[in-house]
Design a protein around this ligand. Structure first.
Ligand code: A4P
Ligand code: MG
Length: 207
């Protein structure tokens, strides 16, 4: 398959249990390591208040999340890619049996977009059905897809404007040297957590 034939995907990553920054950093490496997946853009890491927020009765009391969005190219079809994403979630400690919906989790990976695919099955809906309701997705997504338009024609900027005023979403850090990070960044380099060591890396492995 030629590079041009591979669709572009976008993933939303969120974490609010354990060392969320370390998890998100390691998860970007883990995703790029998947067969048939190359990460080419990584947004900043944003600190975001849990969604839904009070007074919404569905709100769950929990810590703030860290969120980021990555894009990349894949030779996997959407269903196979989702299966790989769920394996990565599990590898970072996510246990669907024990968690509550929209509650705390060590790592959540949502498949936001897979090329222009539109799908509505029990296992997979594309585009992700709640993109336009969530500033914690739209803010980092617009960073990596400026001018982005959803299959169906809705502009991401219009979706974000519809949520205004957007409050409490703060840029926490930009990951440097992960797959897809762009250098130099205008804000200057800010590294991942000093304790982070890529699983399986050796001293001779520069990545
Ligand atoms: N599924 C269908 N379509 C998709 C898709 N496009 N991507 C199915 C991923 N999964 C998809 O998802 C439930 C099922 O949806 C999956 O088994 C899959 O077959 P899940 O990730 O197991 O459950 P969930 O995460 O509790 O539900 P949901 O609705 O996906 O919620 P989110 O969007 O993942 O919400 N607040 C902030 N600030 N930041 C966050 O990151 N995250 C959540 C979780 C809630 N609040 C948050 C954050
Ligand atoms: Mg999810």
């Amino acid at each position: 398959m030629t590079a041009g034939a591979r669709p572009r995907f976008a993933l939303g990553l969120g974490a609010n249990v354990g060392d969320a920054l370390e998890t998100l950093t390691a998860a970007v490496y883990a995703l790029d390591d998947l067969d048939g997946v190359v990460i080419d853009e990584v947004s900043g890491v944003y600190r975001t208040p849990p969604w839904p927020a009070p007074p919404d009765p569905r709100a769950v009391p929990q810590d703030d999340f860290l969120n980021l969005v990555v894009t990349g190219l894949t030779s996997l079809d959407p269903v196979d890619l989702l299966a790989e994403l769920q394996l990565v979630e599990a590898a970072f400690g996510r246990d669907r049996e024990r968690e509550i919906r929209w509650g705390p989790r060590p790592l959540d990976i949502d498949l936001l977009l897979h090329g222009d695919t539109v799908l509505d099955t029990e296992a997979l809906t594309l585009p992700h059905p709640r993109i336009t309701e969530r500033a914690f997705v739209l803010v980092p997504l617009l960073e990596v897809l400026p001018g982005g338009v959803l299959p169906g024609g809705q502009r991401l900027t219009a979706a974000l404007q519809a949520l205004a005023p957007v409050e409490g979403i703060e840029l926490e850090v930009r990951l440097e040297d992960v797959p897809g990070s762009r250098v130099p960044r205008p804000e200057g380099p800010v590294g991942p957590a000093p304790s982070f060591r890529r699983p399986g890396a050796t001293d001779s492995d520069p990545r």
